[in-house]
Design a protein around this ligand. Structure first.
Ligand code: EPZ
Length: 417
């Protein structure tokens, strides 16, 4: 099993180019099941994307990867479609459940493995099934699989989500593009990745209108071949922003749209981080005294749960008591015991982490548990005294493209062994 070793306290200086968004790529890739020919650019070459490509090939699509320029060519001749998403592929990449909507609405049947839980929680899919049933799907669960059929195809419907869910919103939008009639979705998630998915679907000929958390989809008969460039990864950008706040001398992040992460930038500025925003880049200079902060995670445009672990590391450097309340997932503090072993002073009370700062972190051997927890351990290793070794870094490789290369380019002492 590969590890990362980091020699801490090396100030970072340089430029980091932000990759394409994993969480925009996955739903867009799933939706290519619906169309004949698709060209995608700015795809991050990360494990979850390769798993989704493996799943699309298993289903019967032709996918050619050009890893030199991060682009994909996808074609679907609809000849031998195998509308199945097997457990072996879905268990490591729960976004595999996103093929359920397109398979059902185009091929009228699907057999998709339940994703199973993961480190941050049980990760149910009841809201996905709720929406698809409303569109007319017959669903039964047997031996860990979702068996879904829609013999007369899906029918447009008015659906109000009882709870905001990114994946369920995505599955419903994709399915509704091939349902007959009009579908109105209410109380939708409106993450930028969903907007990117909608931009892609509209380029492919779908009729979709957004109005706040209400999304209206009208079915069409004809669709088009399309080209799309995936948006930047705002969570990767937030991660490098926090790394620069922690131990940056002069850092520049490029290939991003600062407006999309304006709330995160505002929060960091309030904490005393020196950030200069330009058109499509951000410059962060050395920030000495970081102020404590109280934060709570919530659906976009609130503070993203995917930056909670990273922000917690910055809070260990802040003067005074900080708090961060995790409202999205029931078990997303797996990084806390590892950070405490490095000297962080953190207590957990229900879904609130209380961080006493500033605390001196020292290097240790630690273990990654999920994608964002692992990157918080990398951030801690960068600021800690001595050496930190991180085990199980396959979690990291699921969602960060060339992480150590990007850090080494900015003078960090970080090696994969
Ligand atoms: C997406 O997961 C992201 N993954 C997650 O990023 C992100 O943390 C999450 O949205 C929230 O922003 C991808 O886009 C591939 P949800 P998703 O449905 O769709 C509960 C990362 O690190 N829920 O918005 O699974 C669920 O358990 C990953 O890149 C139900 O109860 O998130 C959670 O508590 C981690 N029933 C809450 O809703 C359902 O049917 C929000 O989940 C679905 C979800």
């Amino acid at each position: 099993m590969q590890k990362l070793t980091i020699k801490g306290k090396k100030k970072l200086s340089g430029t980091i180019s932000i990759s394409g968004s994993k969480n925009a790529s996955l739903p867009i890739l799933a939706s290519t099941i619906l169309f004949k020919k698709v060209n995608l650019k700015n795809i991050p070459m990360v494990k979850d994307v390769f798993t989704m490509i493996e799943l699309l090939r298993f289903i019967g699509l032709k996918v050619s990867i050009n890893s030199k320029n991060n682009s994909l060519k996808i074609s679907n001749s609809n000849i031998k479609i195998n509308p199945i998403a097997p457990y072996k592929l879905v268990k490591t990449m729960r976004a595999g459940v996103l093929v359920l909507g397109p398979l059902l609405s185009k091929f009228k049947k699907a057999k998709v493995s339940l994703p199973g839980g993961c480190a941050i929680g049980t990760r149910p899919v009841d809201l996905h099934l709720f929406a698809l049933k409303k569109l007319g799907a017959k669903i039964k669960i047997k031996e860990g699989y979702i068996y879904a059929t829609a013999t007369d195809g899906l029918k447009g419907e008015k659906i109000k989500f009882p709870k905001i869910s990114v994946g369920a919103t995505e599955n419903a939008i994709i399915a509704a593009t091939h349902a007959t009639g009009e579908t109105v979705l209410l109380n939708c998630a409106i993450e930028p990745e969903i907007k990117d998915l909608i931009d892609f679907l509209k380029k492919s000929g779908c009729d979709i209108k957004c109005n706040g958390r209400k999304i209206t989809i009208n079915s069409k008969k004809k669709f088009k071949n399309s080209k799309h460039t995936i948006m930047f990864d705002r969570i990767e950008a937030g991660t490098y922003l926090i790394a620069s706040a922690l131990i940056g001398k002069k850092m520049t992040l490029t290939n991003l749209k600062p407006k999309i992460i304006s709330n995160e930038i505002k929060t960091l500025k309030k904490m005393g981080v020196k950030i200069k925003v330009q058109k499509n880049k951000i410059v962060i200079s050395e920030s000495s005294n970081i102020k404590n902060q109280v934060l709570r995670t919530s659906p976009y445009p609130g503070f993203p749960t995917d930056l909670q672990a990273q922000m917690m590391v910055l809070m260990t450097k802040a003067n005074g008591v900080s708090k961060i309340q995790e409202n999205i997932f029931e078990n997303r503090f797996m990084h806390v015991p590892e950070l405490k072993r490095m000297g962080a002073k953190i207590e957990i009370k229900n879904n609130i982490a209380i961080i006493n700062g500033p605390s001196k972190l020292s290097g240790a051997e630690v273990m990654a548990t999920d994608l964002r927890a692992s990157v918080s351990l990398v951030l801690a290793g960068l600021v800690a005294e001595n050496r930190t070794t991180i085990n199980r870094i396959y979690h990291l490789d699921r969602g960060y493209e060339n992480l150590e290369k990007k850090f080494v380019k900015c003078k960090a002492n970080i090696k994969r062994i």
